[in-house]
Design a protein around this ligand. Structure first.
Ligand code: BTN
Length: 269
């Protein structure tokens, strides 16, 4: 009965996936849909504060003030893409928060690869998804803390699904699943696939079971030189992995150096 009531508020594309999102991803998950909203992450952070259950998913068709990493904006044309945020209440993950970003980016990468087997789908550290070296999806993770403990976390995901043109001046060249695979994609099936994959990986990281190997297999630049730029240099060097603090390890001529998000840029040209 509750599912029926919730379904009434959902658009057609989400309607068919909603029962399985509510039933399988997390036991108490619920879909909160808004036709237009400034940012699903902002609403999810508010709901988190108000006590929303783990697994609550905030979805919109038109995000008018989407936020990205490092204070950037996330643009997505209305009705063509996926813009959603997942509320989590992870226990004992304070020291391994980067594993959450690994799980989210891996679930996105694998769900996209599942639809476009011929495309080169990679995770660009820390959590951009590339198709054929163009950005197709991004993740913004925000947490609320109580002292040293995480009260809750919001995993915000934007995927360019059916959009075919992008504004000039984006930080990275952009693409969509439709452009890269040559056919339109069903957004309802895609969100369901992403969340089902994420729920399995989330269980693993909560139990401290490593997903490292799978992550490295699809990591952009892993053991192959890629163009990089940092405060005091630039060049083509291989990525060796990511340490427990979530810092990327690069093999420079003088030795291995670790960088955090603000310190290094991957140049996609
Ligand atoms: C990035 O690549 O910089 C991260 C982009 C994250 C965008 C998503 S869209 C849904 C959620 N709500 C937001 O305001 N941002 C994230």
């Amino acid at each position: 009965m509750e599912n029926e009531a919730l379904k009434m508020d959902l658009p057609r594309w989400l309607f068919d996936s909603a029962p399985s999102l509510q039933g399988t991803v997390f036991p108490r998950s619920k879909v909160v849909y808004r036709s237009a909203i400034p940012s699903t992450n902002s609403l999810a952070m508010t709901l988190l504060k108000e006590g929303a259950a783990e697994g609550t998913i905030v979805v919109t068709d038109h995000q008018t003030d989407g936020r990205g990493q490092k204070g950037s904006s996330w643009y997505a044309s209305a009705g063509e893409n996926l813009t959603f945020s997942l509320i989590l209440r992870p226990q004992n993950l304070e020291k391994q928060l980067f594993h959450l970003s690994q799980a989210a980016s891996l679930s996105l990468c694998e769900a996209i690869k599942n639809r476009c087997a011929d495309a080169d789908v990679r995770i660009k550290w820390p959590n951009d998804i590339l198709m054929n070296r163009k950005k197709v999806a991004g993740i913004l993770i925000e947490s609320q803390w109580e002292g040293h403990a995480i009260k809750g976390t919001v995993v915000g995901i934007g995927v360019n699904v059916n959009q075919v043109s992008f504004p000039d001046g984006l930080r990275h060249p952009a693409t969509s699943l439709r452009l890269a695979c040559g056919r339109p994609m069903d957004r309802g099936q895609l969100i369901r696939d992403i969340l089902e994959r994420f729920s399995v990986l989330y269980e693993r990281i909560l139990h401290h079971i490593s997903i490292e190997r799978r992550y490295l297999n699809v990591l952009y630049g892993y053991q192959e030189p890629v163009a990089l730029k940092w405060d005091s240099g630039e060049g083509r060097y291989p990525v060796l992995g990511v340490n427990e603090h979530g810092h990327v390890a690069i093999q420079l001529p003088e030795g291995i150096r670790h960088f955090d998000l603000k310190e290094i840029q991957f140049l996609l040209t």
